[in-house]
Design a protein around this ligand. Structure first.
Ligand code: GLP
Length: 270
């Protein structure tokens, strides 16, 4: 696992976007796993900037990690649901680049049979050849996607109940602004499983800010536990990169080692 620490949010975002852009250039038909939340917005902004300078998304396929249940895309009025992650992706990335709508996938929060839709989503990822690079944030309770504490570390795409901390965090950052009452926000979501995420060929986790320092340290250096589902990063068999700003890295014990490894890799161009 490579742990890269950058001075601030902008530098973190630039580093993560550069890794994604390198993949898009070397494999124009790559499959990207994408994330929502405030953390990846800067990374998406960087990618939009690179697209203006020629980065081509026309053959890229994407699969998003998750979607609230009960909101999503009304097929008659695409992206009309303001609080959906589908809408978020459209606003923050898709509408600004030349990605084909049919190549983008966000779990359908309006699926009539959500469990069947989850199976279809898994199959669709396989049909696309699997995920080349999965971008990940980390929730305040240590979740990846919406794999809440107690989720099996080999779980697949499924419906998951949101826990109290997630409801509180996501209400503050997403629903409150829209004037939606707390009891009206969705309490369930469709989420890729930890097992699904671990199959990605490259896992790229990003985190910033003081609020994330403790949970990042637990995930990267603590016990592997279903109570902090992002600790499964320690089990990821493929390439694994964690990009943090200094505040989010503040509670890591092995920081000197990570810097040493980064220096060596730069020197030997690995
Ligand atoms: C939500 C998403 C996660 C994301 C988390 C963190 O719960 N389902 O995928 O990592 O928010 O959000 P933020 O980046 O705003 O801290």
């Amino acid at each position: 696992m490579d742990v890269i620490v950058r001075e601030n949010y902008n530098e973190m975002s630039k580093y993560a976007a550069k890794l994604i852009a390198e993949l898009v250039k070397s494999k124009p038909n790559c499959v990207l796993g994408l994330a929502t939340g405030s953390t990846p917005i800067g990374t998406y902004k960087e990618l939009i900037g690179m697209h203006k300078e020629g980065l081509d998304f026309s053959s890229v396929k994407t699969f998003n990690l998750d979607e609230y249940l009960g909101v999503g895309i009304d097929l008659k009025k695409p992206y009309n649901q303001d609080q959906s992650y589908a809408r978020f992706m459209y606003e923050e990335l898709f509408k600004h680049v030349n990605i084909k709508k049919e190549n983008t996938h966000v779990p359908d929060g309006l699926a009539i049979e959500p469990e069947k839709h989850c199976q279809w989503y898994e199959e669709e990822i396989k049909r696309a050849g699997g995920i080349d690079l999965q971008l990940l944030g980390i929730g305040g309770d240590g979740h990846w996607a919406f794999n809440e504490p107690g989720s099996s570390l080999s779980s697949r795409t499924r419906v998951e109940a949101l826990n109290k901390q997630t409801l509180d965090d996501n209400y503050e950052s997403f629903y409150k602004k829209a004037g939606i009452k707390k009891e009206e926000m969705p309490h369930f979501a469709i989420t890729m499983g930890i097992g699904t995420i671990l199959e990605s060929r490259h896992a790229l986790m990003i985190a910033n800010g003081k609020k994330k320092a403790e949970v990042v340290a637990k995930a990267l250096e603590g016990a592997i536990t279903s109570q902090i589902t992002s600790s499964a990063i320690q089990l990821h068999p493929g390439k694994t990169t964690v990009v943090l700003d200094e505040e989010a890295a503040a509670k890591l014990k092995n920081i000197e080692h990570y810097k040493h490894v980064e220096g060596l890799k730069e020197e030997y161009k690995l």
